[in-house]
Ligand binder design. Structure first.
Ligand code: SF4
Length: 356
């Protein structure tokens, strides 16, 4: 699967302390026009060999006047799409109904705390009550909902309460992002390496029957899952590789990992002005959709090539870690911390064994 994140605009009413997009009330100058955005959708529909999923993100995509026109265009061109809106008054019942009618695959709603004090404090906007109400409402309308939480110092101790709230709400998917210090996030406070390990260990123990947990920029969870299995069942890694058939990776280098290491997921990020990056958290420029076709960038980028086989390229501790084919470390965090996307994940405390 190829997840294509399109940052429709950097305009947003919220002022979240960790905002990757560094969003503000005004859109960036020179954002893609409606015609250019439609061309992008067409290009996505023509990418062969992978199943593309377009994610309309921002900023707040609801501030993009042509959002519904773009959704309709995606539907007409058979491009599956999701939406990642900010929770404001714009996302009212009428808008939700329109989104549903356009055939959205899912919407992701951000919830950074189990109460208004923590959530609103991080988002710097009074949206906690409306967020909870919106999750309920969207699910009652039959829209697939996932909740996103960014883990940082301010909410790390609140994670169990957030989980309880999500379980009460019967949310099926919880995507847990580990803060990467990019955009406005450079000033947000990251958790420590030990907290990172503890949270991943805790997440690894949550049964999919409770909620489906995915992590973003926390691929160490794959190591911890395997370590748990080995401890409990004297788990045979070679057998796992044989059974898996896709032995090795949970992701193709772009910072997304998933509950099972059997899925391959690639990501591309298109900024509001057409810049193309491996992911929003990894702003290593691949090109611009105004200069080249998306497919040519996707198929010939040396950055993507390295990320696809990153276990051959990662350096330092990640480079000799025996879990590097399942984990590989967060390339985005490595880049944000050192400027080198192939260096070790600075938040992983694992003392790596030498890979054989
Ligand atoms: S050392 Fe790197 S590859 Fe190994 S578990 Fe930690 S982050 Fe993953």
């Amino acid at each position: 699967m190829l997840l294509v994140f399109y940052e429709t605009t950097t305009a947003c009413e919220l002022n979240c302390i960790h905002c990757r997009a560094n969003a503000s009330l005004e859109p960036a100058k020179n954002e893609l026009s409606t015609t250019e955005a439609k061309n992008l959708i067409l290009e996505i529909s023509n990418i062969e060999g992978v199943f593309p999923m377009l994610i309309f993100t921002g900023g707040n995509p609801m501030l993009r006047p042509d959002l519904f026109e773009l959704m309709k265009y995606a539907r007409e061109n058979r491009v599956a799409f999701s939406l990642s809106p900010a929770v404001t008054d714009r996302l009212d019942d009428t808008a939700l109904e329109e989104i549903r009618k356009e055939g959205v695959s899912s919407i992701s709603i951000s919830l950074d705390g189990s109460n208004s004090k923590i959530h609103n404090g991080i988002r710097r906007y009074d949206s906690f009550d409306r967020t909870v109400e919106l999750v309920r409402k969207a699910m009652s309308m039959g829209i697939n909902v996932q909740v996103n939480t960014t883990v940082m110092k301010q909410n790390v101790m609140d994670l169990p309460e957030i989980l309880s709230l999500l379980v009460d709400l019967k949310v099926p998917v919880w995507e847990v992002f580990f803060l990467v210090k990019t955009g406005r996030g450079t000033t947000a406070e990251e958790i420590t390496a030990l907290e990172f390990e503890s949270v991943n260990l805790w997440l690894a123990g949550i049964s999919p029957g409770t909620i489906n947990v995915r992590t973003v920029e926390g691929p160490s969870i794959n190591r911890l899952r395997i370590q748990r299995l080995r401890e409990v069942n004297n788990f045979d890694m070679e057998l796992f590789r044989f059974l898996d058939g896709n032995t090795d990776r949970s992701m193709v280098g772009t910072g997304f990992d998933v509950q099972t290491p059997r899925q391959r997921i690639e990501t591309l990020f298109i900024s509001s002005t057409g810049e193309v990056y491996p992911s929003g958290f990894l702003p290593v420029r691949i090109g611009n959709v105004r200069e080249k076709t998306l497919y040519s960038m996707y198929s010939s980028s040396s950055v993507l090539e390295k990320l696809r086989e990153m276990w051959d390229h990662v350096e330092g501790k990640c480079g000799y870690c025996s879990y590097r084919t399942l984990c590989g470390g967060s390339r985005a965090r490595a880049f944000a911390t050192t400027g080198n996307y192939l260096s070790s994940d600075p938040l992983c405390p694992y003392v790596a064994e030498i890979a054989h």
